[in-house]
Design a protein around this ligand. Structure first.
Ligand code: NAG
Ligand code: NAG
Ligand code: NAG
Ligand code: NAG
Length: 436
């Protein structure tokens, strides 16, 4: 008896397993091991097998990868008058078994009764039949747990007990049926599994994908919108699809690098364009060097005097607020630092330029906040300068760049100075702005 209870203790200690629903329907539609077992099927742990749950086990189906349910070692103990007096055996949902009990026919009463109890629903059939032959009677108890026996939160093993009594005999018999109600494999869950492309957890050969992914191996993204215009499908090809600042990711969208200089400003919705690319498009602003807002740009862009201290500022993620950029306009190298506020206002500070006039301005360090009046004047100056610039820009170059005499032109000695462009200091004298 001690060994029997020992076995029972082990079985009861098996961890609880939860399942989602309990409607069985067709076996081939059962997509999780617990449901399959509860419904009396066999489960296939091979993710490549199409039919995961099957009533029958054919030889060709799921070779060597079916989930094996632990079968309790059968125990049977003889009784003296009513025998056997104890039986422990496994009985799967959907199957049935018959057990014979014998007792002497000479007992005055031969009325056989049984009572049943269970750790689950009382959805099982038990029938009895008694035949007497000579000095011995045999009662056959037939038992079959139905597909509704296991509750949705059934444990790996559940039980139902049948206690058999015969009128006139003191001793009674007990049958303990041990019914698998869930899968052992569902207890071994591999989180962020490699099998599921690290996008889901894996157990019983099934990937449970995290949000945004579907597919047997969580390989298929759920896409709200596809990028569509440029194919962004080859993760090895990151340029020009993602501006060199990211790679093609799911849903044909660019996934920008999070850890580069300027990552803070990579525009996910615009092919990971960085702040330098965006500002470089506003050539006229970069060339003009006018402090304050620049009107020749399709977004709010402001020039401010160089302040080295600002270049050291970092955000909460230890990323530089100001990003160094450069560009070449008409053979003139311009180096500047840029940053963008959360409201979209973008600022730049010229660090180096081939324009000697600007060079002076940069070193001089202009007061940070410009008077509004000056801002307006500056805008006018930009407009005037721009008109002239267009004429100037379309001129024929005074000296061909291929001329060997002019090949080693240093950026600092850039000769392409716009004759019409004059920094505002020389055109406007603002009495409130004496520093200029
Ligand atoms: C149980 O008893 C019945 C009737 O006596 C007999 O036909 C059957 O073979 C027995 N079954 C087993 C498993 O002994
Ligand atoms: C169920 O039946 C078994 C065997 O007859 C008995 O040991 C157990 O105490 C019963 N459990 C309940 C809850 O009645
Ligand atoms: C640079 O900016 C910081 C912070 O705005 C300011 O405290 C400092 O005075 C500025 N330095 C110069 C030289 O303007
Ligand atoms: C920026 O400078 C680097 C070298 O310092 C140069 O290779 C690159 O072409 C420059 N970029 C632009 C846009 O001028």
């Amino acid at each position: 008896m001690a060994s029997v209870w020992f076995a029972v203790v082990i079985l009861l200690s098996i961890q609880q397993v939860f399942a989602i629903h309990r409607e069985c329907g067709e076996f081939k539609n059962l997509k999780n091991c617990n449901d399959c077992i509860r419904c009396g099927g066999h489960w296939c742990n091979d993710p490549n097998e199409v039919k995961r749950c099957s009533r029958d086990r054919s030889d060709s189906w799921c070779k060597g990868k079916t989930e094996t349910l632990f079968t309790a070692t059968r125990v049977e103990e003889k009784g003296t008058l009513l025998s056997p007096k104890y039986i422990l055996q496994t009985l799967e949902v959907g199957s049935r078994t018959s057990l014979n009990f014998t007792f002497p026919s000479k007992t005055s009463e031969q009325k056989v009764t049984y009572i049943v109890n269970s750790t689950q629903n009382s959805d099982f059939q038990v029938t009895k039949q008694t035949y007497c032959n000579g000095e011995t009677c045999t009662t056959t108890i037939e038992a079959a747990p139905e597909t509704t026996f296991c509750a949705a939160d059934g444990k790996t093993y559940e039980y139902f007990n049948v206690k058999v009594s015969v009128g006139g005999i003191e001793e009674s018999s007990e049958i303990k049926f041990h019914v698998p109600c869930a899968c052992g494999c569902s207890e071994a869950v591999e989180a962020m599994s490699r099998t599921c492309n690290r996008r889901g957890s894996y157990s019983c050969g099934v990937c449970t994908c995290e949000e945004g992914w579907v597919g047997t191996f969580c390989e298929e993204p759920i896409c709200e919108k596809k990028r569509g215009d440029v194919p962004c499908i080859d993760s090895g090809r990151n340029y020009p699809e993602c501006s060199g600042n990211g790679v093609c990711g799911r849903c044909d969208q660019c996934e920008c690098f999070p850890d580069r200089e300027g990552s803070r400003y990579f525009d996910k919705d615009n092919y990971c364009a960085d702040i330098c690319m965006t500002i470089n498009d506003c050539e006229q602003c970069l060339e003009s060097h006018l402090p304050g807002p620049c009107q020749d740009c399709n977004f709010p862009l402001f020039n401010r005097p160089l302040n080295q201290t600002l270049l050291t500022y970092k955000d909460d993620f230890n990323r530089k607020l100001w990003v160094k950029c450069n560009t070449t306009i008409n053979d003139c190298n311009i180096e500047y630092a840029a940053m963008r506020e959360s409201n979209g206002e973008t600022f730049y500070m010229i660090m180096n330029s081939c324009d000697p006039v600007t060079g002076e301005q940069v070193v001089g360090g202009v007061s940070l906040t410009l008077p509004v009046v000056l801002g307006v004047i500056a805008i006018a100056a930009v407009a005037a300068a721009t008109a002239g610039y267009v004429v100037w820009k379309n001129r024929t170059p005074p000296m061909p760049l291929t001329d060997p005499m002019y090949q080693n032109i240093d950026a600092e000695d850039c000769t392409g100075e716009n004759p019409l462009y004059k920094p505002p200091t020389s055109s406007f004298k603002n009495p409130t702005y004496g520093k200029w």
